[in-house]
Design a protein around this ligand. Sequence first.
Ligand SMILES: Nc1ncnc2c1ncn2[C@@H]1O[C@H](COP(=O)(O)OP(=O)(O)O)[C@@H](O)[C@H]1O
Ligand SMILES: [Mg+2]
Length: 227
Amino acid sequence: MSEALLAVKGLSKVFNADKVPVQALKGLSFAINEGEFVAITGKSGCGKSTLLSILGLLDEASDGDYHLCGQPIRQLSAFQKAALRNRNIGWVFQNFNLVNDMTVMENIVLPLRYNKAVAKSQYRVLAQQVLEQVGLRDKIDSYPEQLSGGQQQRVAIARALVTKPDILLADEPTGNLDSASEEAIFNLFEQLNGEGVTILLVTHSQKLADKCARVLHIQDGELVTEH
Ligand SMILES: Nc1ncnc2c1ncn2[C@@H]1O[C@H](COP(=O)(O)OP(=O)(O)O)[C@@H](O)[C@H]1O
Ligand SMILES: [Mg+2]
């Protein structure tokens, strides 16, 4: 069996913001291999976004182990984590998070600015490649506001893909879309997975989860079923 792309063991998270601590994650253990398409489901407040933030290196676990691409995250410096986050992880959010006064092309190449190995002269070609992948080749010079919600999410997915990440983390990416756009975005994820992208999809939609090969179901911060 190949080494897991990502593995957590006994992962816990406690928020101490208020007087009463909130235990958002309670000892989760699982692994995800390269090439998988996994859905994460569960009621609002069960800990899905908290889990994704830790897996995506935006937040830290309170306890437990996390290995990403074979590296023990706990032992990395802030700088090493930032580099890993920028190069190895693609993020897609519910509200797209595009910069409205930048063109589609400028939005897409934002993550490349942190990678000096990519020359600016390559930006347009790289943006064109990922736009082609998400089916929006003619929108490279448009502004986000000129696009539909579904198209904006495609741009956000293109931006997530431009660094050729090992894994795509998507937190309710279809939560703001109508059902036709939801289906189209899901089909795009399936297409990308077919092209070799590993995907972790947080979704409220049972219909979408049912189409994924593997589902992690979370209840009150615990992994209750996995299939
Ligand atoms: N920054 C935070 N500070 C305090 N509590 C938080 C924070 N983020 C999330 N929580 C709490 O952790 C629990 C899980 O939240 P979240 O991961 O956002 O759930 P989900 O994404 O499944 O809706 C909730 O009880 C939530 O209120
Ligand atoms: Mg959430």
